[in-house]
Design a protein around this ligand. Sequence first.
Ligand code: SF4
Length: 411
Amino acid sequence: MTNTQDKDQKKRKRVNVRRPDVMEIVEQEVARHYTSSLVEKVKANHGGVTIGNTTVILAQQFGFCYGVERAIDLAYASRRVFSENNIYLIGEIIHNPEVNEQLEEMKIVSLPWQQMDEQYDKLGTDDVVIVPAFGAPISFMEKLEKQGVAVVDTTCGDVMKVWRRVNGYAKNGITSIIHGKKGHEETRATASRALGKDKDGHYLVVLTLDDTDYVINYMLNGGDKAAFLARFSGATSENFDPDAHLEQIGVANQTTMLKSETENIQKLFREAIINRDGKDEKFQVFDTICGATQERQDALFQLLKNDMDALLVVGGYNSSNTTHLVEIGQEHLPTFFIRNASNIESLERIIHFDIEQKTLVPRSYSELLDPEKKIIIGITAGASCPSNLIEATMVRVFELRGIKKETVLTQ
Ligand code: SF4
């Protein structure tokens, strides 16, 4: 096979499932599974609904973003186009358990995303593999090409923008400092692109301001290299040497980080380079927080201007952008991170996910939600949360306050 044929063969393996006839059906299916006419009505009505002494206010922006909508559409379309084939998915399409369970019901089988196992070796030319919205590391993509499977790539365009940036850093011999979670799918995929075309680039993932201070202290004063590498185990490129690879740095971030924290980290690294070199020539930065994450964080800050008694944040516990909404909320008022309406067991008991302890914690709030008291509850959700879960949460709040579901739905 010539090089051109080889290239064509690989290109053909990336399939486009967006056929108009398919998408017409898919749109109806997706709408049936995830939309809510109540939520649409409330949104149109400036985001609030009051019945009796209970008010629920929704953030102006919440729930499914364009990247998530696209990924779900493509997964549904894959099932339609490849009705007879085995369809696999690398990890989760997005971080929402309800959506992932729905895909499982459609016989879309999740493959490991942390490392490839023998299941990847068994993939064949009749198989279809969906790449999630977060993307996948280069090693996974190379494996899929080698196995000759059909790839439906749902990687969000905003994630690919980050890849282009870190790839550019690598091309110019610049180490990527990635503000993100080292074990998050998107950051792993981005880190693999930070190695560059020849795979000899470098990266370092930092998560917190503590991490940042530690790295900066090392850059300015040196330190114990072994301790550095132990602290950032699993968060650096292979053979990363803090004495050599922090000379020229470029900052990028996971698309779903907290904007204020990311900006702080960028500023601290720039100041460190100026302190060290007297100028910032060896520093580059590119804000890669996506528009959808930004809009949801901004909308929450707007929502918080209301005098609310509590905030409910709905979404998957492993969702990065949802976790940041919880962080913002809990600085201001009692905030509950719930997967869905069933977490609100009663007026006395809400099962809340504690983001510090990373565990579910039942909390008693009988006074807060006392049915005799006038209350205002705010609701928001991350980019991976469908509207039907918001509707169920609204209905649950009103029901516990003695207002029937039918009354809520006819608002
Ligand atoms: S949260 Fe941002 S990066 Fe992630 S899928 Fe949505 S738009 Fe894309």
